[in-house]
Design a protein around this ligand. Structure first.
Ligand SMILES: [Zn+2]
Length: 298
């Protein structure tokens, strides 16, 4: 069956710009070798690389350009369902409203925007994203991104109010959870935050009760196998649990996370996952169909 194009529901703006554009915008010299993700580099190292990019993307005009180019690149890959996510407060050259409006102009209806807060951020930031989304239907969801620091606890409860307000307003909810960390993060994201989707969730099968919860609530997992291998959440793409998830009836969609940092496209990632034992062609088609179905709509 021919499906209506590919999907990517988990693509970070600040990790998915063109390397050429970054070179064009950058006022600091950099080598792409130092900037790009490498296998097993770990999550803290990955997050540190965003800081460099964000210094080059402070202003609305730059955010608009990058958002537009990401949509162009996605179209060229054959993606017809796209969501782009970013933390407006991380672009410090203007108020978050102006940054979001610039991204919306760049996207120009070609993708949904997801506004991210980071674990550890003041919960008021996530609530502010809900306020911004209320008057901007192009913002389709909020997300909790990054990862809780060791010793910080799981840190979901402070964000529950923002997520509840989002749910009441018909705004989508997703969270980075179980990215090589405890599956209890996945449980909390579902039970405490009320998310409809989970980013990564690589440890889902470590806890049968969490698996049961994901199935019962019809939660969709945004799987990012290459990213997971690079952040050491899994040892290799072949070890990604995607095929097992599909066998168990878990809904999952394959995403790139960061096309620039990982030097991948959705087409590449659909090829990469063929290394996963037991993953069938029908299974791959199911993940694409899930991507179309699970997109946040307002
Ligand atoms: Zn992500």
């Amino acid at each position: 069956m021919d499906l209506p194009g590919l999907t990517d529901l988990h693509r970070h703006l600040d990790g998915s710009l063109r390397l050429d554009t970054l070179r064009d915008l950058s006022d600091e010299p950099f080598s792409s070798k130092d900037l790009l993700f490498t296998r097993g580099m770990g999550l803290p190292s990955a997050l540190a690389k965003f800081a460099f990019v964000l210094r080059q993307l402070r202003t609305p005009d730059r955010v608009q350009r990058v958002a537009s180019e990401i949509c162009e690149d996605a179209e060229a890959e054959g993606i017809t369902t796209l969501e782009i996510r970013f933390g407006p407060h991380l672009h410090t050259g203007a108020r978050p409203e102006a940054i979001v409006d610039a991204a919306l102009e760049g996207v120009n209806g070609r993708a949904g925007l997801i506004l991210c807060g980071l674990y550890g951020d003041d919960p008021a930031i996530l609530e502010h994203w809900v306020d911004i989304a209320l008057t901007r239907p192009g913002v389709v969801a909020i997300d909790l991104a990054g990862g809780p620091q060791i010793g910080q606890g799981l840190f979901m409860a402070p964000y529950a109010t923002a997520f509840k307000r989002a749910a009441e307003a018909g705004i989508g909810r997703t969270a980075h959870a179980g990215e090589g960390r405890s599956p209890d993060e996945i449980r909390q994201a579902i039970e405490v935050l009320g998310v409809q989707r989970i980013g990564h969730g690589t440890t889902l099968l470590d806890d049968p009760a969490v698996l049961e919860l994901v199935l019962k609530r019809d939660i969709v997992i945004e799987a990012c196998p290459t990213s997971n291998m690079q952040t050491s959440a899994i040892n290799s793409v072949a070890e990604h649990p995607l095929a097992k998830w599909l066998d168990l009836g878990v809904k999952a969609t394959v995403c790139t996370d960061n096309t620039m940092f990982s030097v991948i496209s959705s087409v590449d990632e659909l090829q990469n996952i063929r290394a996963i034992p037991g993953l069938t062609e029908a299974g791959i088609q199911t993940t694409i169909a899930t991507g179309h179905q699970a997109a946040f709509r307002r």
